[in-house]
Design a protein around this ligand. Structure first.
Ligand code: FMN
Length: 201
């Protein structure tokens, strides 16, 4: 969905879907995603948020129902992915905040990703309409370039699904649940990226 312009307020109306993929509700990635979404809302965006770890979410069951005529864009698995999928289609921007676990996104984030099969048409082109995907990673490793090949690979996968990918936000040297509090620059950075997105559409 394309962001719309309000003639009454002169503001671009942006719809942002925030997905929390850490099991730690108050952890570093959650705090940074909160700051991102709060700044976006402050500037006029609407947001919806899901904490993947607390939801009833199954892995993709490979039934291929979503590839049957009349079942397009729908998932046959009746669980908490249903509203998330609807929000993906309605979103202008999806922000997926995941810690790095074993050099990759968390299992919670991967499970969400596998369940995106309904965004693909039977010919593997996409039903999406310009939604952007922003990955926000936190990691213990201080070198934020350490997993760059993986982050690039993930963005390529999301482009295959039809998203317009944004440069991932990567924050390192974060282990304790509150380590990010020692790094006020991280919050400034996510707020800045949120503001640029909302202002520029
Ligand atoms: C099971 C597990 C695996 C991890 N694997 C990595 C890793 O491969 N590389 C890394 O830099 N940090 C790794 N970490 C550290 C987390 O990415 C890091 O602490 C992150 O900031 C946690 O995010 P959170 O506070 O939002 O939960 C791992 C942590 C756990 C619990």
């Amino acid at each position: 969905m394309a962001a719309s312009f309000s003639f009454f307020t002169g503001v671009i109306l942006m719809n942002i879907l925030g997905l929390y993929a850490s099991p730690r509700p108050q952890g570093n990635s959650s705090q940074l995603l909160n700051a991102f979404l709060e700044e976006a809302e402050r500037l006029g965006a609407t947001t919806s948020r899901y904490r993947l770890n607390t939801l009833r979410l199954q892995g993709c069951q490979a039934c291929y129902s979503c590839r049957q005529p009349g079942r397009e864009k729908q998932c046959a698995v009746r669980d908490d992915m249903q509203p998330i999928l609807a929000d993906v289609f309605a979103a202008d921007v999806v922000v997926l905040a995941s810690p790095v676990y074993m050099w990759q996104m968390t299992a919670q984030a991967k499970l969400f990703t596998d369940r995106l099969m309904p965004v693909l048409k039977p010919d593997y082109s996409s039903w999406l309409s310009g939604q952007r995907m922003l990955m926000l990673y936190t990691q213990g490793q201080p070198d934020v370039a350490r997993f760059a090949p993986y982050f690039d690979y993930v963005n390529r996968m999301f482009r295959f699904l039809g998203f317009r990918t944004l440069e991932p936000l990567v924050f390192g040297d974060l282990r304790g649940v509150n380590d990010v509090q020692r790094q006020p620059g991280h919050f400034e950075r996510v707020r800045q990226v949120a503001a640029e997105l909302v202002r520029n559409g």
